[in-house]
Design a protein around this ligand. Sequence first.
Ligand code: AMP
Length: 186
Amino acid sequence: MKLLFMGPPGAGKGTQAVVISKELGIPQISTGDILRAAIKSGTEMGKAASQFINEGKLVPDEVVIGIVKDRLKEPDTEKGYILDGFPRTLEQAEALKKMLADMGMTLDRALNLEVPDEEIIGRLLSRAQKEGRADDTEPVIRKRLETYNNSTLPLIEYYENESILRKIDGLGTPDQITDRIREAIK
Ligand code: AMP
């Protein structure tokens, strides 16, 4: 099963991707996690990415496309995977489509977790207190939402046109949302 989890920052993509990836026995591939790990270990890629992340902007397409291309070559992706936070631009979506076509594959479902903006800001501010993520401050959160609305929202229509989009109500308890996802990927 090849899945894509979409939605604004703080929609619960990561939380849900962890649960579903365990259930299905497939890896969760989060470009955000990979970038944060690169920053932590001080690689050149990490150094280049950190400024974009701290300003709530997108890391350049060629960087994240390269990350995903390499990751999808790993043997643990054979049974499928959950892409969490990628693609975030139309260019990334097109690159993914080509990558998959070259491997003779297609995505099974793109799930969009829908959560209103006001709820998002509250959730991210409370995550900031718990996890201390550098990009969870209010001005950066607002910028990340703006980036999402400008660059990533068009992907919903893109995957709707590909007939694999499923909209998931992202309000409720984590368990309720997991149930909705299970239903959508049956
Ligand atoms: P996330 O953990 O998915 O919220 O990602 C945190 C930050 O990493 C984002 O605000 C971006 O700066 C960067 N990032 C993660 N994934 C991507 C992507 N697919 N394209 C561009 N930037 C990304």
